[in-house]
Design a protein around this ligand. Structure first.
Ligand code: LMR
Length: 338
């Protein structure tokens, strides 16, 4: 317990905090699932004015939970105030597409929101602030944030594709009838959209006799791996939306915790995870795009896993998603008159 008191609290901003994902993630963070069991935190919860009453309720419930690691909760509808000295920013709030809206309308609304939030982070956040964008279109929102918060190091700006990574891992475990924890090194390449490419070429299953490649274990299921599996992972968000009439929330919150946890505390040796990060040109992906890659993390920094073989099938899918992201980038920039 002394250790707890010794560590300085980390300030964690959650935007869209009164929403579904916010409500699911706040207790996960406060319980230490995101930052570890000895790391205290202060939560900065932001939402828009119409949600201010629910936001207060979230704060009351957090207080009533008496989480030992939670050293404070700040609620506000003011973006500047919410960003003050934050070390981690989890950007969940955004404008959700409504029926009949064109892609361009959604993009322009989110581009404006993310520009404003970027300017606030640029001005008020801690210099080493690490950012995770969850709100869709997540990759492109992260790109806008990078554009308007130039003093935040670009490697600190990421987006969530761990949800897709976890979905792929879980689906393989189900197919193979093995525990989900024994499946490792799936990859999600590209955009957090239906063009994402869940790649099993390098995935392994740990068994008592050592690691075995998934493609060998599923040698009779190559068609499934290249078709249904990919479509199911790509469409899982839509499937949940149909079933729940709302986007996935608990799995999104859990994946966001996994993303930050592994970024801060590291990935186990020999294991990688998928993160949307700024491309440095690795694997022929245009530099500057926020693209999901396999990464290894250590003490708060990530590195793209290098040297993986890419076959023709993968190449095409990776390029398709990069193309979609380049189009999104053009659209976002034109919405912002850049
Ligand atoms: C998901 O993957 O579940 C969400 O990003 C889907 C969505 O559009 O909200």
């Amino acid at each position: 317990n002394l250790l707890k008191i010794e560590k300085e609290p980390i300030r964690v901003l959650v935007t869209g905090a009164a929403g579904n994902i916010g409500y699911a993630i706040a207790p996960m963070i406060a319980r230490g699932i995101m930052l570890g069991p000895d790391q205290p935190m202060i939560l900065h919860l932001l939402d828009i004015e119409p949600a201010s009453k629910s936001l207060e309720a979230v704060k009351m419930e957090l207080q009533d939970s008496a989480f030992p690691l939670l050293q404070g909760v700040i609620t506000t509808t003011n973006v500047d105030e919410s960003c003050k000295d934050v070390n981690i920013a989890i950007m969940i709030g955004g404008f959700a597409r409504k029926e009949g809206m064109e892609r361009r309308d959604v993009m322009s609304k989110n581009a404006v929101i993310f520009k404003a939030q970027a300017l606030a982070l640029e001005r008020y956040a801690s210099d080493d602030c690490k950012v995770l964008v969850v709100a869709n279109p997540a990759n492109t929102n992260a790109l806008i944030l990078k554009e308007f918060a130039p003093s935040i190091p670009e490697e600190n700006i990421t987006c969530l594709t761990r949800l897709d990574h976890n979905r792929a891992q879980a689906r393989l475990a189900e197919k193979l009838s093995v525990p989900v924890s024994s499946v490792k090194n799936v990859i999600v390449w590209g955009n957090h959209s239906s063009t994402q490419y869940p790649d099993t070429s390098h995935a392994m299953v740990s068994t008592k006799t050592g690691d075995q490649p998934v493609k060998e274990l599923l040698v009779a299921d190559q068609k499934w791996l290249k078709n249904e599996f990919i479509t199911e992972v790509q469409q899982r968000g839509a499937e949940i939306l149909r079933a729940r009439k709302q986007s996935s929330a608990l799995s999104a919150a859990s994946a966001a915790c996994d993303h930050i946890h592994d970024w801060f505390l590291g990935t186990p040796k020999g294991n990688w995870v998928s993160m949307g990060v700024c491309s440095d040109g690795s694997y022929g992906i245009p530099p500057g795009l926020v693209y999901s890659f396999p990464v290894n993390c250590e003490k708060g920094s990530w590195k793209i896993v290098q040297g993986l073989s890419i076959d023709e099938f993968s190449r095409e899918k990776m390029d398709d998603s990069a193309r979609e992201l380049a189009e999104e980038q053009d659209l976002a920039y034109s919405c912002l008159n850049l």
